[in-house]
Structures are given as C-alpha cells and as structure tokens.
Design a protein around this ligand. Sequence first.
Ligand code: BTN
Length: 248
Amino acid sequence: MNIVDSPRIIKIPETTSTSSYLREYLSEHPLPEGSVVMAGFQTAGRGQPGNSWESDAGQNLLFSTFISPGVVPANRQFIISRIAALSVREALSRYVEDITIKWPNDIYWKEKKICGMLIENDLTGASIYRSILGIGINVNQEVFRSDAPNPVSLKQITGITYDLEEILHQFLQRFYGYYLDLLQGKEEEISHTYMERLFRGSGYHPFREAGRLFEACIHTIEPTGHLILEEKSGKRTRYAFKEVSFVL
Ligand code: BTN
C-alpha cells in the first residue's frame, strides 16, 4: 500500500453507483489506494450480476474503495474477497453478535443478509492491476421493500441508530490491516481465518444445485473462490458462484 499519501474519503450526496463513480474518478484523477467514495443515495446501485441494491436515502453505508494489488495473481483473486469480508465481519461484530460470512462474500446476521459486496477486478496479464470493492451495509433502514429475500439492518436488530462514518472507519481500519498482511505474504493465515468465520462453516446443511436438493458440508474454498462441498457419501464437488446455493 502507498504509505506516503493518506487515503481520501470523498463524500457525495447522490450518484448512480459509488463503484461506477470511483471508476470514472480514477480515470481522471489519481488517488491513493484505500481511498473511498461514500454516497447517501444511489440511483442505480448495482448488486451481484442481474441484481440491483436497495437502500433508502441516508440510511445505510454505501461506499466503494480500491486497491492495486499487483502481487495477487489472477488465479488467486479470491483473497481480496476474503480480506473485505473479514473486515466487514469484524467491524459489524463490534455492534452485534452472530455475524458470519456467507460464501462467497455476503455478510449475514444469523440467517439474514446485512451486507452485500460487489468486487470488480481489472486484470493486466496474469495479475490484478486494480480491484474496486463496492460495499453496502444495511445500517439504519427500518423497512425493506424490494424482493431481496432476507435483508436486515443493524437498527432492526438492536433498535439503535448508528453513525455511518463510524462504521466506515471501523471497516477501513481492519481492511488496511488485512491488506498489509496480504502484501506481507500472509495469505495462508487470512484464508484460515476466513474459513473459521463462515456461515454454516461446520456440519451438514441443505444446498440446491440446478433443482437438486442435497446435504453437504463445506470442505474448502479454493484460492480461485470455488466452493468444494462434500456429501455424506464422501463425494466432493467443485462449484463456481451461482452454480450452487444455500437453502435458507
Ligand atoms: C450484492 O448483490 O450482494 C452486492 C451488493 C453491493 C452493493 C454495493 S452498495 C455500494 C456499491 N455501489 C454499488 O453500486 N454496489 C455496491
């Protein structure tokens, strides 16, 4: 990480999507790694492919940040999801218990989704030139109207109204720490911690694959991000994101 310039925090009332805004901004102005664009409202918040992201104005933490981790080979890019997910999990665990990481990088409180992330990696050859991380944390919104299956906010859990910037700083402090760990070659340690924090990380649970319902446990998650599930018969299968889903 560039330790000469401090990361900047750019706050804007409204944009289409903080990730799109940051990408455009970076094409015209260089920024130190770890800089953030935070918005009060997104008119076209982007979710995982095919989805939008619902958030009432001023209620939730909507931001994007970026890193330029030239050391990360493209075929090990999932380490970036791991550090982002661990950082959100630890930040939110300051406020409530039972926060876990649902593969690949949703953050759950119990059986409900409290945070979603969209990670866009730009590659040059075999390594990652830049990674833009877009993160939406449900903080103070009391009612969700979209058809998102199971959203929850911190306020719905505790009844308390939170300061959005304080949560952002809780995240950034951890994210910069994990990023330095990554640059110092601590990938194994990070991956181990990620496995310990997984939603349904131990025991057998129901999954769905193209209409087939089955029970399996999480055997491992590869550096590419593929999930390896093991059924009671011992059969192991490797899945890419969207090829399998948890039955909630
Ligand atoms: C998901 O579908 O789970 C990913 C949601 C990601 C939402 C965040 S909100 C801030 C950033 N800007 C976007 O347009 N999307 C991400």
